[in-house]
Design a binder for this molecule. Structure first.
Ligand code: HMG
Ligand code: MG
Length: 326
């Protein structure tokens, strides 16, 4: 039988925007995050404390995080049907606790990133590893083994600071450089991240080549090392399989899924490439299955349209188009 509720981790303001050609200003990223919280999302990734030389889109993440943690301006930029539901949440924002019940994770690749994130008030940080050595080298300039050594230091410092730790594994179904990745390789990295103290491990199908069968085989290997309550599915929708992969993961007991409003992400120069599974597609799926997400579909689609206007395009997801047409 299905769980009564799942948790959606909104990654649009990070994973979604890190691929955009033109970096969006801090004010727009802050407003996006506030609107997502207004739609009912309780876990909203706010940015990445990575090198601005490599990912200029995430420059200013310290300011984004500090501003969302401080709460909205008194007049309230957050509007929409669901805003009332979380009003207590978005007006809270006192430091030292998860602001108003909303968690704002940020990516940290190393100690330098962690220190900057802590200074900005981060309460949850995420390290990111990969199941492919080549991808690890390209993404964070070190091998998987070296990254795990580095993350041991980061995890220790995060624990000392009393913040929650998330761990990503990229390329869980395939790698853009190495092709297919063995489920056992994913399980090994997931187990290592768990051993470092990661509270939650997010399994990334970075290039969206997984299908329900390969995702199931990958998860069966990972579940021998890490229990389902500690796992999240993070599926990119490049080939349109992400919703099916979420469903396959739900069948194996996962209850946390990463998604990006409007299906943000992807490269404008790679026709057909797309971002994470759209958050509104998962809300539609779970609404239909009778599984609570706490997210208001209409308010979420409004947010997809709003950020789409900032990026100069309509939301990519079919659910957004269908909701707008009704
Ligand atoms: P490096 O060049 O090897 O680092 O980069 P370094 O330690 O040699 O330092 C070189 C320079 O970077 C120095 O500056 C450092 O200060 C600076 P310089 O002296 O040259 O002026 N630097 C930093 N600046 C700001 N913040 C930091 C930081 N660290 C060093 N934290 C590094 C190594 C990891 C830093 C770099 O490769 C990097 O930032 N990579 C980030 C890559 C990234 O953000 N990728 C996207 C996120 S992962 C993802 O999207 C997958 C996911 O969604 C799951 C999935 O879908 O699979 C999570
Ligand atoms: Mg991703």
């Amino acid at each position: 039988s299905w769980p009564s509720a799942v948790r959606l981790v909104e990654v649009g303001a990070r994973d979604g925007l890190q691929n955009e050609n033109a970096p969006l200003p801090v004010s727009v990223r802050v407003e996006l995050i506030r609107r997502l919280v207004g739609a009912g999302l309780k876990s909203v990734e706010a940015g990445a404390f990575v090198s601005p030389k490599w990912v200029p889109q995430m420059d200013g993440s310290a300011e984004v995080l500090a501003r969302v943690l401080a709460g909205p301006p008194r007049t309230g930029a957050t509007v929409g049907a669901a805003a009332g539901v979380v009003a207590g949440g978005v007006t809270g924002g006192s430091a030292g606790e998860v602001a108003g019940g909303v968690d704002y994770p940020v990516l940290v690749p190393n100690l330098q990133g962690l220190e900057a994130a802590l200074a900005a008030g981060a309460q949850t940080v995420a390290v990111f590893a990969a199941a492919s050595d080549t991808f690890s080298q390209r993404n964070i300039h070190c091998s998987i083994a070296e990254s795990l050594e580095r993350f041991r230091t980061v995890a220790g410092a995060a624990r000392t600071a009393g913040v929650k730790l998330r761990g990503y594994v990229s390329c869980v179904a395939g790698c853009p450089y190495e092709g297919a990745i063995a489920p056992q390789a994913v399980a090994g990295v997931a187990a290592a991240l768990r051993a470092l103290g990661c509270d939650e491990i997010s399994l990334g199908d970075t290039i969206g080549t997984g299908n329900p069968d390969s995702i199931r085989r990958m998860l069966e290997a990972v579940l021998r090392e890490v229990p389902a309550e500690r796992l999240a599915g993070h599926y990119h929708d490049t080939y349109g399989m992400a919703v099916a992969n979420v469903y396959a993961s739900l069948e194996l007991g996962l209850t946390v899924f990463d998604a990006a409003v409007g299906g943000l992400g992807g490269c404008p120069y790679a026709p057909g490439a797309s971002g994470n599974v759209a958050t509104e597609e998962l809300v539609w799926l779970f609404d239909g299955l009778g599984i609570a997400t706490g997210v208001d579909l209409e308010a979420l689609v409004d947010t997809a349209v709003w950020i789409g206007n900032r990026l100069g395009r309509a939301p990519a997801s079919r659910v957004a188009r269908a909701v707008l047409a009704r």
